[in-house]
Design a protein around this ligand. Structure first.
Ligand SMILES: Nc1nc2c(ncn2[C@@H]2O[C@H](COP(=O)(O)OP(=O)(O)OP(=O)(O)O)[C@@H](O)[C@H]2O)c(=O)[nH]1
Length: 521
């Protein structure tokens, strides 16, 4: 599976990776090739279009990291988009329901439904220690029920005794009843297939569904049938409603289009893949592993990831050095604000800290939102480089110019400058104390105070004038979350977050500091 796609994409992207510079034309030409390769691999047209659009958008807007060649960056973008297209990682069969959990298997004849029923039952029994009952509802093909019985014998999983002449719906009802009486955790219903989708099949599926009330409805589809499998999934989902997919024959030499389009077209996760005829030939679906396999360029992908980490770490280190030396100008403040934004702003940062969910809501209620960062960034970007490095130059006329340029007022600029000064003072007072995380955390306390101080700007209420009770509640929650007291108006946004790594925002998008926050000393 995927071999031809792997070859094609490999040669297209290899052509890019060695180059020192890439023009828009190069990227467009490569993407045209990628598009052709995906279509030849039988990926659905709408999915291909969406994929190449997203890659183009990201490739054009992305900043190329130093030590990385532009082509390598494109490889990484293609890889990440592939993972995205394949869906989320490791969605297991959901057994989170009262016993017996009913799993209904649907699909066309010969898709591997019965085999997959046996594989899943064996896995749940042997690996997850569940008590499973299997029942074949295929009354059209006389050998079908017998086939499942044999699989049951072979895998040591119980099957529902065969009673000739019963309807599929009756068998479903009997199976659920038997599972209840027998104390089974899971009952798997192997429904009948057809050579194609027809009305009687859909009616039968709907009846069984109504009778057995399944928690999972898994569509088993043959990956080798490509686009047909995708259309089938769409149809089954429309008519019966499916909760996930199992793609069989992923061990075959198909082009892989079904696997690649399934998620994007149906919105339903691929839960498992069949990779052989044997009962243990069932695997969980890992998008990242598949993307790695398709691109075959895992080394480049990890190289780019490493470079991104290094850049962030270098930036954080440089920033820490500057702070220690008491040098913290408005360029640094701008960097900080951008980092905060990258992390999803106040909400994003707070969302990453345990136990502050409620506080986040209260802050939102108090009107603290990320528009303040945007305004602050607008003010800073309206300054000249020299002004940013030397804020003391900002006298009245300059402030007027900046206010006009950023759509704010001189008072807003004063608030920003005050906040910056407070942060600087705080840093100086802590300089050389050597506690990295503590220092950075306390600095954020300064920022918190500053944000509070910025209150009143554009209608944002000043937290320092907040109802004392509300403020007290916020502070309590901040302390409960191990954040200590903030130094200013915004309690808990910093106030000396303990931990070795400091605030995650200072270290880039990864979160080296978070364990420190959680491990309260
Ligand atoms: N190579 C390979 N063969 C598979 C896989 N899954 C199922 N098969 C084979 O496909 C054939 C058909 O599988 P069944 O499980 O009988 O198919 P079914 O969907 O139950 O068919 P009906 O009972 O007729 O509806 C069998 O020979 C299986 O061994 C797989 O993942 N890889």
């Amino acid at each position: 599976m995927f071999e031809s796609l792997q070859d094609r994409l490999g040669s297209i992207l290899n052509g890019l990776t060695g180059r020192g510079a890439l023009s828009d034309k190069d990227v467009s030409a490569a993407l045209r090739e990628v598009r052709r390769a995906l279509l030849e691999a039988d990926v659905a047209l709408e999915v291909v279009r969406d994929f190449t659009d997203k890659v183009r958008e990201k490739a054009v807007g992305s900043e190329v990291l130093k030590s990385i060649k532009p082509g390598q960056m494109v490889v990484k973008i293609v890889h990440d988009e592939l993972v995205e297209m394949l869906g989320s990682e490791g969605v297991a069969i959901d057994l989170n329901a009262p016993s017996p959990v009913v799993v209904m298997m649907v699909g066309l004849q010969g898709s591997g439904k019965t085999t997959t029923t046996g594989k899943i039952a064996a896995r749940l029994t042997q690996r997850d220690r569940r008590k499973v009952l299997m029942a074949s509802l295929d009354t059209r093909r006389p050998a079908a029920q017998e086939q499942l019985r044999q699989i049951g014998e072979q895998t040591g999983v119980e099957t529902l005794p065969i009673i000739p002449g019963q309807s599929p719906t009756d068998i479903a009802g009997r199976a659920v009843q038997a599972a209840k009486l027998g104390g089974h955790d899971v009952v798997i219903l192997d429904t009948a297939g057809r050579t194609h989708i027809d009305e009687p099949l859909m009616v039968e599926m709907a009846n069984i569904r109504q009778k057995a009330n399944p928690h999972e409805i898994l569509l088993v589809a043959d990956a080798l049938t490509g686009q047909d499998a995708v259309n089938l999934a769409r149809n089954f989902d429309d008519r019966v409603g499916i909760t996930g997919l199992v793609l069989t024959r992923m061990d075959g030499d198909g082009r892989g289009g079904a696997a690649l389009s399934m998620r994007a077209v149906t919105g339903k996760p691929i839960k498992l893949i069949g990779v052989g005829e044997k009962m243990d030939a069932l695997e969980e679906f890992h998008p990242k592993r598949i993307a790695d396999r398709i691109l075959g360029m895992g080394d480049i992908v990890s190289l780019v990831e490493k470079a991104a980490e290094t850049i962030d770490a270098e930036k954080a280190q440089a920033m820490a050095e500057r702070m220690k030396a008491g040098k913290f100008d408005l360029n640094d403040l701008e960097d900080q604000l951008k980092q905060m934004q990258k992390l999803g702003g106040v909400g994003g940062i707070m969302g990453m800290m345990p136990g502050v969910g409620k506080m986040k809501d209260q802050m939102a209620a108090a009107g603290v939102d990320d528009s303040i960062f945007k305004r602050q960034l607008a003010i800073i970007s309206s300054m000249t480089r020299r002004e940013r490095a030397h804020p003391e130059l900002l006298k009245h006329s300059r402030k007027k110019r900046i206010a006009a340029g950023s759509g704010t007022s001189a008072a807003d600029i004063n608030k920003l400058l005050k906040m910056h000064r407070q942060m600087g003072d705080m840093m100086k007072s802590m300089g050389g104390k050597g506690k990295k995380g503590g220092m950075l955390g306390k600095m954020m306390g300064g920022l918190g105070g500053g944000l509070g101080g910025m209150g009143g700007m554009g209608g944002m209420p000043d937290l320092s004038s907040m109802d004392p009770k509300q403020l007290e509640a916020l502070q309590k929650q901040a302390q409960a979350a191990g954040l200590g007291k903030g130094s200013g108006g915004l309690p808990g946004l910093g106030g000396g977050m303990p931990g070795a790594g400091g605030l995650p925002g200072l270290g880039g998008p990864r979160l080296p500091g978070l364990p420190g926050v959680q491990k309260k000393k």
